[in-house]
Design a protein around this ligand. Structure first.
Ligand SMILES: Cc1cc2nc3c(=O)[nH]c(=O)nc-3n(C[C@H](O)[C@H](O)[C@H](O)COP(=O)(O)OP(=O)(O)OC[C@H]3O[C@@H](n4cnc5c(N)ncnc54)[C@H](O)[C@@H]3O)c2cc1C
Length: 405
């Protein structure tokens, strides 16, 4: 059984065992933070959202957000394991009793890792309704063929939550959303306005990759600018037992969307943690570094970008809290989750920029960890949803402007 989660202090204590040197070594080898993930699992952090009856802590989303924020704030990188927190939501909300009984206790104990989320494909990009990976029913199995890209942690996960087409895409015009920017409130509507036709026919499966890797599943790592254990995954007649279909066949897109608000809020919390790390580091260095006989932090040209990043971070933090509170109250929070992700990603990027600039040349030296964190936090302008797509969601769905695509 997992140990109980013990608040922000507990996360800080755990992170203290994984200093910059640990992450630096992994970064240069592009190696997976196995020891960190093991420790976070054993401490019960990765099962924070799993109900107590299944061996987790049954905590609300804001607690998971606090855990991820603290991990980033300590200079660690939660990207090796954060997905388990939001992927598991689809199983929790839409899985049947047997699936929950079979998987959740094992995920909570760390015996099974559910870290891989197979949605994005090379040819469809953000337009998820255009994915080409297909799953055909064959007796008591589905047979999967196709390809995913950017499937992070696939090599370090036992299970994958997989989105595949089980019926051909239907053409639909009008205000339906075939992309992933939508509200994701879990109300069965892709955009909060009407039933989507383009997204019908997509289904979600729990894929046991341990078996599949022996029979048609190939995983190829992609080396990226930061250490993210991301991959491309190929399916060649991979068989999945029909009992591993999550929810109803053809309704999978709305199950995926329903987890996206949680994902955005949690990633936003990570960005807040990154911003706090950058700001603390920059403010401290500005007070210590003496040039022209005085600390550089006495110059307003050095102070102001750090102070501005701090104000940006605090504003974004309020939006993250607002989004999490709405989510926990079961209220619509698509706009707030999107804005939280947008503002927090911008705040962490501004804080990173201020931190590099404050450090002058040393900002580029690996041993300061700044350039590593800078590369890591850049991702969140693009993934899991890019800034433009959030802006177009706000323009169309909050402000009522015409759909741009
Ligand atoms: C390191 C990494 C890890 C990832 N992990 C996962 C994962 O585990 N699982 C998973 O499924 N996916 C994952 N992703 C994929 C990620 O969610 C996508 O990269 C992201 O959603 C953007 O999609 P895309 O790369 O296909 O960009 P595209 O959709 O090709 O877009 C390219 C650019 O064009 C812009 N754009 C596109 N359409 C419009 C428009 N209509 N208006 C304005 N601008 C537009 C976008 O904003 C973007 O800047 C990961 C990606 C990376 C880089």
């Amino acid at each position: 059984m997992s140990a109980p989660v013990s608040g922000r202090d507990g996360v800080r204590r755990l992170c203290a065992d994984f200093p910059g040197e640990y992450w630096r070594k992994l970064d240069s080898a592009r190696a997976y933070p196995a020891e960190f993930v093991k420790a976070a699992t054993a401490a019960g952090y990765l099962s924070a959202l799993i109900p107590e009856e299944y061996g987790g802590s049954g905590l609300p989303l804001s607690a998971a957000a606090a855990i991820l924020e603290e991990i980033q704030r300590a200079g660690c990188n939660g990207a090796g394991c954060h997905a388990q927190m939001y992927i598991m939501g689809a199983l929790l909300r839409h899985g049947n009793a047997e699936q929950k009984r079979k998987y959740l206790p094992q995920i909570a104990s760390g015996a099974l890792r559910l870290q891989a989320f197979g949605v994005t494909e090379p040819s469809s990009g953000t337009d998820t309704s255009s994915i080409k990976t297909v799953a055909h029913r064959d007796g008591d199995h589905y047979v999967v063929n196709g390809q995913k890209i950017w499937t992070s942690r696939a090599e370090h996960s036992d299970l994958m939550l997989l989105l595949a087409r089980t019926a051909p895409k239907m053409d639909a015009k009008g205000d339906v959303q075939g992309d992933r920017q939508g509200d994701g409130q879990g109300d069965g509507k892709a955009d909060g306005k009407g039933e989507s036709k383009r997204t019908d026919g997509l289904s979600v499966f729990i894929l046991d990759m341990r078996e599949a890797r022996r029979a048609g599943l190939a995983i190829r790592p992609i080396r990226t600018m930061m250490n993210h254990a991301t991959t491309e995954v190929f399916f060649d007649n991979v068989r999945i037992p029909a009992e591993n279909l999550v929810g109803e066949e053809g309704k999978g897109f709305r199950y995926i969307l329903s987890g996206m608000n949680a994902e955005r809020i949690l990633i936003a919390a990570e960005c807040i943690g990154d911003a706090k790390w950058f700001i603390a580091k920059a403010a401290s260095y500005a007070g210590e570094r003496v040039v022209f006989g005085r600390p550089i932090g006495r110059n307003q040209g050095v102070q102001f970008p750090i102070a501005k990043a701090y104000a940006q971070m605090r504003a974004a933090e309020l939006m993250v809290r607002d989004a999490a509170a709405l989510f926990e109250a079961g209220k619509p929070c698509g706009a707030e989750a999107n804005m939280a992700k947008l503002l927090a990603a911008d705040a962490s990027w501004a804080a990173g920029e201020a931190c590099v600039q404050t450090h002058g040349g040393f900002g580029f030296a690996e041993e300061y960890d700044i350039e590593r964190k800078f590369r890591e936090t850049r991702l969140y302008q693009v993934a899991p949803i890019s800034t433009n797509l959030i802006l177009s969601f706000l323009a169309e769905h909050v402000l009522g402007m015409p759909r741009s695509y």
